[in-house]
Design a binder for this molecule. Structure first.
Ligand code: CA
Length: 229
């Protein structure tokens, strides 16, 4: 559950905001003065902060600046004065959004959701990504070892997976059955290279619309196979 900190000295407003946010499945904490607000913001594990401008102890300008030195979570600043909002914007303190009181709670919730999802996309994009090979509707997730064809997951055996991945990663090149056998089966090609033919046939049944007229793996007569890009 996403956690939100409200720093607001007017208890009735803070409670109203809290109620609406909780109705929308957010976990909400409230601080009523600037110093506690800053300390809680810095020590807690919040996903977003709603920060009032005029606060006892320390004002929202200062708090916003100090939070930004340490965290890049979304900050929505609120103020009773339109003039103050213009002033904050001008200062470039790093707030993500501004609301003038009185605002409707549903407006607040909408803004919170928008900033939260934008932030999560941003953070998520830095997460470690799977190693993906993608060619015309075929998506090979090498990390998860899963293959989807036009969005539909297909079951592949280990060798089928390795063979298709190898071909897809080396498109527009012709490989002989010997070469493929060595590459995938990892042993001298004394073995039965007909195995390659059998595996190509199985792979085609899974990825081609019509195995007789393959769009991905072409047969180069007398030579071998080529993955069309
Ligand atoms: Ca206030």
């Amino acid at each position: 559950m996403s956690k939100i900190l409200i720093v607001e000295d007017e208890q009735a407003i803070a409670e109203l905001e809290k109620d609406y946010l909780e109705l929308n499945d957010f976990e909400v904490s409230i601080e009523n003065n600037g110093v506690d607000g800053l300390n809680t913001a810095l020590s807690g594990d919040f996903d977003l902060i709603i920060l009032d401008l005029m606060l006892p102890g320390m004002d929202g300008f200062e708090i916003c600046k100090k939070i930004r030195e340490d965290k890049n979570i979304p900050i929505i600043m609120v103020s009773a004065k339109k003039d103050d909002i213009d002033k904050i914007r001008g200062l470039g303190l790093g707030a993500d959004d501004y609301l003038t009181k009185p605002f409707s709670p549903s407006e607040l919730v909408a803004r919170v959701k928008a900033h939260m999802s934008r932030y999560k996309r941003l953070v998520g994009s830095h997460a470690r990504e799977n190693d993906i090979v993608e060619v015309r509707g075929i998506r090979i997730d090498k990390t998860a070892r899963r293959i989807t064809v036009n969005g539909v997951e297909k079951p592949f055996t280990t060798k089928e997976f390795d063979l298709l991945t190898f071909l897809a990663e080396n498109p527009n090149r012709v490989f002989t059955k010997d070469e493929l056998f060595k590459e995938i089966w990892d042993m001298d090609s004394i073995g039965d290279i007909a195995t390659v033919t059998v595996h190509i046939k199985k792979i085609r049944e899974k990825i081609e619309e019509n195995s007789a007229k393959p769009q991905y793996i072409e047969t180069i007569w007398g030579t071998g196979y080529r993955f069309k890009l």
